[in-house]
Design a protein around this ligand. Structure first.
Ligand code: SAH
Length: 521
């Protein structure tokens, strides 16, 4: 099975052969990498200043594959020696790619750091990609990542067109993408398209997914399908992955909803099923202990999961407690997103007026759906208002509330626009109280799955974050705002307050100077 990665030169100072530096593989050599299931070779069919192509060719050795079969080695259920694995770009290719291009996947390149950090013109070709869902699914998965996708179904037999298409697709991807991102996307999406992971799923699959998905998965419109398939439809693992993404403040709850019917090609022949999904063979001899947990949790709806409260829930509860303590009865949630705070506020009758606003109509539509606006009892509906608005423009609709909340919003605003937001919220709308939460960047070292960011520093928690502040930076900003607009401010930790790096979320509670709150006693 074959994968090629090509680039063209955009400037004479940047020959296309720089691809060799980025991949950490010399264009002049053929290199071999032994795998437990065969041999991977990297070579360059073309390497000129103008255009350079690296090829990864994987020879799967069916005998070795069958012999090496152990608790975490490839499954071979179609037949021990006869199946498509040697020819089709499946999860085996993803595993080989991850191994051979391990350093390139991290985005580190001492020789060409600026090149590794930047998007570059890439063309990736996979002549035979097993694709459950057909060419349409390949497009749905790669297009949102900025790829131009050419996907063509391969006929079952060229000589007998009436037999129809096979489940293989000839795929070409073209785009301006960072090489490390491209490799990580392939690493996750090849097995997702194949939908037949070849090895037993263990707990670290969630880590691998979260790490390889950094910077693109959380915002992908198909993150639900990707996560579900990548984790072999083990509900317990899916929940862990979603909780991990949610913990970082990503809005992934939608993905937890029951899967929508996928548009799929016919089922693969029996025997070509990934282990554990066919349900046909309960007495699998080499079931790993981790896999056993996954399987029983799948049947038992995940009771085995540790009861850890995700950070977004802790944060929502901390904000509700804060506005309650302030004695607020009317609250506006600025940048309400999918409305999780609105729901909690509406559940408490003491809040007589609850308003959510967001610049994103998509977010408002999700909020309306989640709040079941169309079925809401009249009395509750009368307390709720939703409207679209931008926080960097003064808007009379923002005024007249006891408290305003900016929960995980300021870090989404470009720094030069922050002063405008401050003016609109603290100067014009001017509620008696403002509650602001934002990530504490110091805590990011506790998320070992967060990995490295684009500039070589630590990654941020969400691709849309414009910045993440340390406790000192947040305190400096909040004190500055309070001073300029006549508020006083107190700070509170949200989540586990680590003695070294502080809490994962930081919260500032502003009150108009001279204003008393119930909490003041
Ligand atoms: N408060 C929600 C959502 C946080 S995500 C929660 O904690 O779950 C940040 C939200 O801020 C997004 O929904 C985004 O659309 C919104 N947002 C970002 N910039 C904004 C702006 N200038 N005006 C209004 N909303 C904005």
């Amino acid at each position: 099975m074959l994968l090629t990665i090509s680039t063209v030169s955009s400037a004479a100072s940047r020959p296309a052969t720089d691809l060799g530096f980025l991949l950490h593989k010399h264009p002049g050599r053929v290199q071999e990498f032994g795998q437990s299931f065969g041999t991977a070779r990297v070579f360059y069919p073309e390497a000129t200043e103008r255009r350079c192509t690296a090829a990864l060719l994987l020879d799967v050795d069916p005998v070795r594959l069958a012999r090496s079969r152990g608790k975490s080695t490839p499954d071979f259920s179609l037949g021990q020696y006869v199946n498509d694995r040697p020819y089709a770009a499946s999860s085996l290719l993803a595993v080989a790619l991850a191994d051979v291009f391990r350093t390139a996947r991290t985005g580190r390149c001492a020789a060409r750091p600026e090149l590794a950090a930047a998007p570059m013109p890439l063309e990736i070709r996979l002549p035979a990609l097993p694709c459950r869902g057909g060419a349409a699914l390949a497009r749905r998965l790669f297009e949102p990542l900025g790829w131009e996708v050419e996907a063509e179904a391969v006929p079952l037999d060229e000589g007998f067109p009436e037999w129809g298409d096979s489940r293989y697709v000839r795929l070409a991807l073209r785009g301006e993408v960072r090489l490390a991102d491209a490799l990580n996307q392939l690493y996750v999406l090849l097995p997702v398209l194949d939908d037949a992971k070849h090895y037993w799923l263990a707990g670290d699959e969630v880590d691998k997914l979260v790490r390889a998905g950094a910077g693109w998965l959380a915002a992908h419109p198909e993150k639900g399908l990707i996560t579900r398939r990548y984790l072999g439809r083990r509900r317990a693992l899916e929940r862990t992955a979603f909780a991990r993404l949610a913990e970082l403040g990503d809005d992934v709850e939608e993905a937890l909803e029951p899967p929508v019917e996928e548009d799929l090609t016919p089922e693969p022949p029996p025997g070509d099923e990934p282990p554990g999904t066919s349900g046909g063979d309960p007495a699998v001899p080499d079931l790993a202990p981790e896999a056993a947990t996954g399987t029983s949790a799948e049947a038992g709806a995940g009771e085995a999961e540790p009861a850890r409260v995700p950070l977004n829930v802790l944060r929502r509860d901390a904000v509700v407690a804060a506005v309650e303590e302030l004695g607020a009865r009317t609250v506006i949630d600025l940048g309400c997103g999918s409305g999780q705070l609105l729901e909690a506020l509406l559940a408490r009758p003491r809040f007589t007026r609850v308003t959510g606003t967001d610049v994103s109509t998509h977010a408002l539509a999700i909020a309306a759906r989640k709040l079941k606006l169309d079925r809401m009892p009249d009395a509750k509906r009368a307390r709720l208002e939703l409207f679209q608005g931008a926080l960097t423009y003064a808007d009379p609709r923002f005024s007249g509330y006891d408290a305003a909340v900016l929960m995980e919003v300021v870090e989404h605003v470009d720094p030069p626009r922050l002063a405008a937001l401050e003016r609109v919220v603290f100067g014009t709308a001017r509620p008696a109280h403002v509650v602001v939460t934002t990530p504490n960047s110091e805590y990011n070292v506790r998320y070992d799955f967060l990995g490295e960011g684009r500039g070589g520093g630590r990654a941020m928690r969400h691709p849309d974050h414009r910045f993440e502040w340390t406790r000192a930076e947040f305190a400096a900003w909040a004190s500055g705002v309070a001073g300029r607009y006549g508020y006083r401010v107190v700070f509170r930790p949200v989540g586990d307050d680590d003695p070294e790096v502080g809490p994962p979320t930081q919260m500032a509670v502003f009150s108009v100077a001279g204003e008393r709150s119930e909490g003041d006693g």
